[in-house]
Design a protein around this ligand. Sequence first.
Ligand code: EPU
Length: 456
Amino acid sequence: MSITLNDITGTGGIAPGAGEILSIRGGRPLSGRVSVKGAKNLVTKAMVAALLGNSASTLRDVPDISDVAVVRSLLEVHGVRVVEGDEPGSLLMDPRDVESAHMEEIDAYAGSSRIPILFCGPLLHRLGEAFIPDLGGCRIGDRPIDFHLDALRKFGAVVEKLPSGIRLSAPHGLHGANIHLPYPSVGATEQVLLTAVRADGQTELKNAAIEPEIMDLIAVLQKMGAIISYEPNRVILIEGVKELKGYDHRAIFDRNEAASWAAAALATDGEIYVEGARQQEMLTFLNVVRRMNGDFEVHEDGITFRRGTGAMRGVTVETDVHPGFMTDWQQPLIVALTQAEGQSIVHETVYENRFGFTDALVKMGADIIVHPHGLQDGPRRVPRRQLEQAAVINGSTHLTGADIVVPDLRGGYSHVIAALTATGESTVRNIGIIRRGYEKLLPKLSGLGADFDVIG
Ligand code: EPU
């Protein structure tokens, strides 16, 4: 089986591998309108949830991105029939003939994604076993899966480590469990939800992640027949049920993509209307935009972003789990902060290695110093994590074009925005990674007035 991004939703994406190198002529504002679809970090999980149903599910507003293609392939190798739904951008997933897949097949389709780990619970329920290859994902730290495996063991799964991945089985079925996560991990919370909904008995999850995408996954599972309640202080209770049915769901918008376009407007001094962006899920981001003298206007079906009157100002930001400032927002924001007057400090507390992309910005003329062990001074909203890093950005700086290589998804988008902010010509390599999470990136950039050529 081989698929291209065009196959996912039929909405005309760009095939993976195409347009790996861009030549960008920057220094002009990005202005116009872009539309954001369903969130990558919900859509891929809701696709996995479809495995749990005894009838077909329809997911709407599915973005045309390569992470969706990966999960679609993984569903298909497990016998799920996936076809376009009844409107453009929708997927119909029929899991009635779920079957085991070979490790090599799973490995071949898993690519660089971390989503396969979330297949564990649903496959254990459906087949009694699961094979999970070694996981990829963006190179933004070690990204271990210990919380996932510990939780699965509590449900009764037996985990066997193999040279190429892990094999899980549930000789006595899966039963409800009391789980306390050491950190409110998004993936581990999803793992618990996807496993507990059909486990025998009640599960109590403490220190759960409560990101809007997780709340949307809970909504999907409830539509399927699950009983899930959310208690104060990050506690989620799940009463296991014997059977779940298919769902029909429109995915929550992608607030990471929305924030990325907002940062592009601020960095290039343009004005971008982000159709589909909603205020509620972006409150923390919008506060930072206002503090740095960016401007935004909330409309019924989107948000417009631009600079305020006068210069942008430096800000101090600390990434955190929801409702804090998302780690995925900091990279595009840092490009905008290179254009703000004064000093900005960005503390990264979620991942241990998420400032690598700033090397390229420095090469372009930005004044950014990364402190690998964080900064000691100043009060903190959250307790320091051992893996904290801090970036200090002094601005504003004039960026000039350079030859740069995209390191990961969000860092890569930031490189493109930096190249569009810089005067002169930049060569940006390895663009393919960005399509993991940004739908129709190049057409959207063209529509905003970006001047670039695909050169390789
Ligand atoms: N962690 C562990 N052990 C685990 C799981 C996580 O130590 O078993 C640590 C991680 O190493 C990290 C922290 O916990 O330091 C947070 O990781 P989390 O599990 O919350 O992240 P994730 O589920 O792997 C998702 C998104 C990320 C996003 C984070 C935080 C998906 C597919 N990925 O990752 O999105 O940054 O939550 O919100 O949903 C992106 O979209 O570019 C992206 C990286």
